[in-house]
Design a protein around this ligand. Structure first.
Ligand code: SIN
Ligand code: CO
Length: 374
C-alpha cells in the first residue's frame, strides 16, 4: 500500500498460483445474451475502426465475428457468479466499499480495447491464455484521444514498459496510467475495479443530500449589517456571511458520514435485491429449524462509529440505506459483513435482543440477506 496503491504499477507473478478459471469464453458469451447483464464487444477492424457494439447480444453475433482482433467485455460478473465473487476475498486489505466489480473480458488473438486510461485503480488478473500488457504515461483530461463516438482511445501512447501475463499473474495499475493489453492467444482477463466518486460528484451529491434537510425558510440573513455606502458593491462582510452559512451546513461530520456510507453502498443492480416479509418469531423459528442465511451478492454493507449527543452508537449502511444502532451490536455487524453463512450457531447470542432481531428481519425484507434453500 505504501509503495504502490494509487502510485505505480505492480506486476505480481503467480499472484494466484495454478489459477483455473471457473468459467470460460463460452460461459461469458452466454452471460452477454442476458438482458440484465452489461456487455460490449470491441472490434478493432469492424465497420469502423474500433467498433463498439453493446449487448445484450444474440447467439448469432458470435458466428459473424472474425478470427482475430476482437474482445468481449462483461461487467460485474461477480454479481452473477459466486465463484467469481470469491476472488474478492483476496482483496480484503482494501475497504469493500471501494470495490466496484469484477469485469471479465474474453479476447481472441490480437484482441484489445486499444490504448487508454481509466480513472480508477484496477487489478488485472490473467485468468486464461496470454496477454501482453503495455503501460505508458500518466494521462489527464488534456491527453489527446482518437475521434471516436464511444471509446476513449489514446492518440499518443508513450510506452514505458511491457509484460507478458500468464494465467495466475496479476498486474495492478493506478488510476490514469495509460495501458494497452493485447491478447496473444485466446485469453481471459478479470479486472477488479474500484469506486471513486469524482470530486464533482462528491460536491454536487453531498450538497443535494444536505439540502434535502433544509427548510425553505432558512435563508441568507444579514441582521446587523452596516449601511451600504455603494449599493452596487458586494463587500467582504457579505461574502463572510455566505461562507459561514456554507461552513455551518457542510461541516457536519455525522451528515457527511451518512451521505458517504449510503453513496458508497449503493448497489449496482438494485433490482436483484428481492426481499420477503418475515416476523421476528418466524425468523427465530426458521433458524431453530436449520435455516441458513447468506448475503445477497448484490448487497453492499459497511459500518462506522457515530457519536450521538447522548451516547456512542454505530451506523450500519446497507445497499444505499443507513440505520443507527446501539454500539453493543458491533459483533453482530461484524458477523453480517464477514461470515460466509448465518445460522443458529452464530446468531444464537442475538436472538433475545429485539434490536438485533428487528435488524435481521429488515435485512431479509430488504433482500440483503437471503435464506439458502436446503
Ligand atoms: C481488457 O480486459 O481487455 C481491458 C481491461 C482494461 O484495460 O481496463
Ligand atoms: Co483499462
Amino acid at each position: 500500500m505504501r509503495d504502490y496503491w494509487q502510485k505505480k504499477p505492480l506486476l505480481i507473478r503467480q499472484a494466484f498460483p495454478d489459477f483455473v478459471s471457473p468459467l470460460d469464453g463460452n460461459d461469458l458469451a452466454g452471460l452477454s445474451l442476458e438482458d440484465l447483464v452489461e456487455s460490449r464487444i470491441v472490434l478493432e477492424h469492424g465497420e469502423t475502426p474500433w467498433q463498439l457494439r453493446n449487448g445484450p447480444f444474440t447467439e448469432d453475433v458470435y458466428s459473424t465475428l472474425p478470427e482475430r482482433d476482437w474482445t468481449l467485455l462483461v461487467q460485474a460478473v461477480d454479481q452473477f457468479s459466486p465463484e467469481v465473487a470469491e476472488v474478492l476475498e483476496h482483496f480484503k486489505f482494501l475497504p469493500n466499499w471501494r470495490i466496484d466489480d469484477v469485469m471479465i473480458s474474453f479476447a481472441v488473438p490480437g484482441g484489445s480495447v486499444g490504448p487508454h486510461y481509466d480513472n480508477y485503480d484496477v487489478f488485472l488478473l490473467q485468468a486464461e491464455g496470454q496477454r501482453l500488457w503495455k503501460v505508458g504515461q500518466t494521462c489527464d483530461n488534456e491527453s489527446l484521444l482518437l475521434k471516436h463516438p464511444d471509446l476513449r482511445i489514446l492518440d499518443d501512447f508513450k510506452q514505458t514498459d511491457e509484460w507478458l501475463l500468464e494465467p495466475g499473474d496479476m498486474l495492478y495499475l493506478p488510476p490514469r496510467l495509460a495501458h494497452w493489453g493485447i491478447a496473444q492467444t485466446d485469453c481471459m482477463t478479470w479486472s477488479v475495479g474500484f469506486r471513486a466518486p469524482s470530486t464533482a460528484e462528491v460536491v454536487s451529491h453531498y450538497a443535494d443530500f444536505v439540502a434535502r434537510f433544509l427548510p425553505d425558510e432558512q435563508r441568507y440573513t444579514d441582521a446587523d449589517m452596516s449601511p451600504a455606502s455603494d449599493p452596487s458593491y458586494i463587500r467582504q462582510e457579505d461574502i463572510q456571511r455566505l461562507r459561514q452559512l456554507l461552513n455551518e451546513q457542510l461541516n457536519d461530520d455525522r451528515m457527511l458520514l451518512t451521505w458517504f456510507g449510503q453513496y458508497m453502498t449503493e448497489p449496482r443492480y438494485p433490482e436483484l435485491l428481492v426481499g420477503s416479509e418475515i416476523s421476528a418469531d418466524d425468523l427465530i423459528q426458521a433458524l431453530h429449524d436449520g435455516a441458513v442465511f447468506t448475503r445477497n451478492p448484490t448487497a453492499r454493507l459497511a459500518w462506522s462509529h457515530m457519536q450521538l449527543d447522548t451516547e456512542p452508537a454505530v451506523v450500519f449502511f446497507v445497499s444505499g440505506n443507513s440505520r443507527i444502532l446501539s454500539e453493543h451490536l458491533v459483533q453482530l455487524l461484524n458477523l453480517l459483513c464477514n461470515a460466509d453463512a448465518m445460522h443458529i450457531d452464530n446468531l444464537q447470542p442475538w436472538l433475545n435482543d429485539p434490536e438485533a432481531t428487528t435488524l435481521l428481519c429488515e435485512l431479509v425484507k430488504q433482500g440483503s440477506l437471503e435464506c439458502l434453500d436446503e
